[in-house]
Design a protein around this ligand. Sequence first.
Ligand code: FE
Ligand code: FE
Length: 207
Amino acid sequence: MPTAKAKKSSAAKSSGSSATGKTKSAGASSTNENSKLEKFFLDALKDIYWAEKHLTKALPKMQKAATSEELQQAIEEHLNQTKEHVNRLEQVFDQLGEKAQAKKCEAMEGLTKEGDTVVEETEDGTATRDVGIIVSAQKVEHYEISAYGSLITLAKTMGQDEVADILTQTLEEEKETDQLLSQLAETSINWEAEGEGEEGEEEEEEK
Ligand code: FE
Ligand code: FE
């Protein structure tokens, strides 16, 4: 791997900072010369920024497709939180002295496409569709929880404690939403769906 080696040695030569990357001091980040990890972090921020912005468009569609009023409310509430998640990410970019920029998140695009398919393949007005919406929404929340979890850990590693704090506020809301969705599913919607028969058939198990 001659290229990697060459890169590494030139980086080592030009970098006056700690080679271990284990420095905990804040303030080093205000320079324009970002470390590899800082660049990686910035890229991950752009990814989740795209994802959150995308969700501000996807959530209203999910809300419209849902039947349960409680589910509709939960989605609407999370839409409002999501708009705040976009704002917080803009604060983070600002804090890092970077321009807020979105970079397409293939994962979130895939998750929401899958959510659209679930809606298409279930009947309007059924609890079964609501189950599908909850499952899709929880996949989205889990993606966000893992993305924010990683970003927070990396921010702390880089000594960006304020950034970590901002991202933690969002992480907590993603977790709460996930729990709320579980609760809705387990206390009512799954049970209602369980009582729904198959189209044009007697209740029959697929076996
Ligand atoms: Fe979010
Ligand atoms: Fe979310």
